[in-house]
Design a binder for this molecule. Structure first.
Ligand code: AMP
Length: 187
């Protein structure tokens, strides 16, 4: 199964993506995680991504797209994947289409995890305390929510029109949400 997982920052997307990937036996591909790993390792990609991430802005498409193209083409993703945090812009949707076309395949489903904004900001502030992520200050969190609404929310309509979209309520316990997601994916 080739699945895209969408949802506002703090909707529990990353956590759920890991569980769903385990459940389906496919790799979890998180662009945010790849950026953070590069940042920690001090690679040129990490250096490039850092200033955008710290401001809550999106890393430029050309950087992100080539990274995803390379990752999705790796052997472990041949039978499927959970894409977490990509695509996030309309341009990335087009890029993903051509990446998958080039691999002679296509997406099976796009899942949008929905969440209440106030709850989500509270969750993120809590995560900031626990994990100390540099992009989890209140100001940056608000910016990331705005950027999501402006640039990523419109993708929901695109995938809905293609008949690929399923919406899943992200509120409730972690296990409840996982169960809902697996049900939505027909598992
Ligand atoms: P995430 O862990 O998915 O919340 O991503 C953390 C940060 O990485 C985002 O706020 C962006 O700065 C950057 N990022 C992750 N995925 C993308 C993407 N698809 N396009 C642009 N920037 C991204």
């Amino acid at each position: 199964m080739r699945i895209v997982l969408m949802g506002p920052p703090g909707a529990g997307k990353g956590t759920q993506a890991v569980k769903i990937a385990e459940g389906l036996g496919v790799p979890h591909i998180s662009t945010g995680e790849i950026f953070r790993a590069n940042l920690a390792a001090g690679t040129p990609l990490g250096v490039e991504a850092k200033r955008y991430m710290e401001a809550g802005e999106y890393v430029p498409d050309e950087v992100t797209n080539s990274m995803v193209a390379a990752r999705v083409a790796e052997p472990d993703a041949a039978q499927g994947f959970i894409l977490d945090g990509y695509p996030r812009t309309l341009a990335q949707v087009g890029e993903l289409d051509s990446i998958l076309q080039g691999l002679d395949t296509a997406l099976d489903k796009v899942v949008e995890i929905t969440a209440n904004t106030d709850e989500v900001v509270a969750r993120l502030l809590n995560r900031a305390k626990e994990q100390g992520r540099a992009d989890d200050t209140e100001e940056v969190i608000r910016r990331r929510m705005d950027v999501y609404a402006e640039q990523t929310e419109p993708l929901v309509n695109v995938y809905s029109e293609r008949g690929l979209l399923v919406k899943v309520d992200g509120m409730g316990s972690m296990d409840e949400v996982t169960a809902r997601l697996l049900a939505a994916l027909g598992r």
